[in-house]
Design a binder for this molecule. Structure first.
Ligand code: ZN
Length: 277
């Protein structure tokens, strides 16, 4: 029943919707086509009263290599409905760049984080940069034992991905290590730090997530929504969303610096080999 270009939309069990990112040839890199497909798929699950839990999964072998730096997948920003309250996407300089990243990275991630139904990310293989944002936007993360997590953006001259919740996910000191080194951290380490709920063998990932989703789907829908909202609002009262916004501004200061220094928004010395080609 999928009519998405970049995703599969499934209902694998009563009360459970599963959105499967399906660009394995691009390691599930998130281009604009996928961003808006994700938004539409989340909306479908949200508005279907028969769905109580939403799983975000990915076609093998990798959860996501991050934002697709090689194109927008045929989408022109501003020519279709947007999710944010921003405009001016075609404006030159920081103006258009700031609006664009508000729309396609910050506000859509915030929207998915606040969906009024529990969400579970099923993460296998690599989960890099923008892939982390997708996993972090979900309420629970179940990882396969071979999953690897990395934010390599600092190597590219930017202070971290646009959805800057690293200190909340890892704790302040480990967040700095994660950012400064740009190392790949194992599922086991992410679990130890509280970023991941469960680690399971790779071949049992989808079954384990479905079991967890079905257990949650058996609970009262409104109480689930309120529990999610209560936890998220606790984080908000602690300042999480203001902290995300201030880090986003610093992220854009880095983009502006790189543009002035190198003529591009990232430091070319740290550009992934796949994009250099
Ligand atoms: Zn950016």
């Amino acid at each position: 029943m999928s009519d998405f270009q970049t995703l599969l939309y499934e209902q694998p069990a009563p009360g459970v919707a599963r959105i499967v990112m399906n660009r394995p040839e691009a390691r599930n890199a998130q281009n604009l086509a996928m961003s808006y497909d994700l938004n539409a798929a989340f909306d479908r699950a949200l508005l279907d009263d028969g769905v109580k839990v939403i799983v975000l999964a990915a076609a093998d072998p990798h959860f996501s290599s991050g934002h697709d730096l090689r194109g927008d997948g045929g989408v022109v920003l501003g020519e279709q409905p947007i999710v944010s309250s921003w405009g001016g996407f075609q404006q030159p300089g920081a103006h258009g760049r700031f609006a664009r990243e508000q729309e396609i990275y910050l506000q859509n991630t915030r929207r998915w984080r606040n969906l009024a139904k529990p969400t579970i990310a099923a993460v296998q293989g690599r989960c890099i940069a923008g892939g982390l944002m997708l996993a972090w936007a979900c309420d629970l993360i179940v990882a396969s034992d071979d999953a690897l997590f990395c934010d390599p953006v600092l190597t590219m001259g930017v202070c971290g991905v646009e959805w800057f919740v690293h200190p909340w996910e890892l704790g302040a000191r480990k967040a700095k290590e994660f950012l400064f080194t740009a190392d790949h951290w194992s599922a086991q380490e992410a679990h130890r730090l509280g970023m991941v709920n469960q680690v399971v063998p790779r071949d049992q990932l989808q079954a384990a997530v479905l079991t967890l989703a079905s257990r949650i789907a058996a609970k009262p829908a409104f109480a689930l929504q309120m529990a999610k909202k209560a936890v998220n609002q606790t984080l908000d009262i602690m300042g999480q969303q203001s902290a995300v916004d201030q880090a986003f501004a610093l992220h854009h200061l880095c983009h502006a610096h790189n543009m002035q220094e190198f003529g591009m928004v990232i430091d070319p010395a740290g550009m992934p080999a796949a994009v250099k080609r």
